[in-house]
Design a protein around this ligand. Sequence first.
Ligand code: DER
Length: 231
Amino acid sequence: NLIEIAKKKAGIAAVDEFVKDGMVLGIGSGSTVVYAVNRLIERTKQEGLKVVCIPTSFQSTQLIVNGGLTLGDLSQFPKIDVDIDGADEVDENLNLIKGGGGCLLQEKIVAFNSEKLVIVADYRKNSKILGEKWKKGIPIEVIPLAYVPLMNQMEKLGGSPFLRLAEKKAGPLITDNGNFILDVDFGEISDPKKLNQKIKMLSGVVETGLFIGMANKVYFGQQDGTLDQKI
Ligand code: DER
C-alpha cells in the first residue's frame, strides 16, 4: 500500500546515501527501519559490505541477527558513524517526537553517540510544529515506582498524561529496560527544547521522546513514490 511504498523509498535512500563499507551503524526500531535493514542485507550480499550494527531494542537486535548482519554493542563500539532510525513526527527544525514503538531510551542513547542521525519516515510524519499531526502525546520513559507523582507533575507542566497499557498482556507496557511509558499530550509544542529540559528535570524520568537538534537529515517517502527530504 502507499504508506509501505513510501517507507521503503525512504529506507533505501538513507542506506544508499550514508552507508559505506566498514562503518559502525545504529539500527533503530519500528516498521520503517525494517526497509533500511532489508536494503543493508541486500547490499551486504551484492557488494560484500562489512558493517557492524548496534541495536536500539529487542526488535532491532532481532532484525540484525535474523538478517545475518554483524551485531555489536556500545561497549565494543562507543562511537557510531551513522544511526538510521524512524520517527513519529518531525518539525521544521528537525526536532523529533519518537517513542511510538516504546523504544525511545536505547534509541536516544544510540543517537546521542552517533556522528550522524538519519531519519526514515513516510509523508505522515512531516510537520511544521511537533504535535501538529502526532496526537498520541510525547512518550516518556519513567521508573515504575514514580509514575503517579510524575503524572501529577506532567499535568502541572500543562500536559495530559496517560500510562501506556500493554496490548497482549494485562497491565502497563513494560519497556525493554523494565520501565513504564507515560504518553503526555502537550498539544502543539512551540518550544520543544524548553519542554524537554523541564520534563528531564523531574525525578523518576529516565528519558523523553523529544529528540532536539539530533537529526542531520530526514527522508520522507511520498504517496506518489517520490522522496522529500529535510536537512
Ligand atoms: O518508537 C520509535 O521511536 C520508532 O522509531 C517510531 O518513532 C517510528 O516507528 P514507525 O517507523 O513504525 O512509524
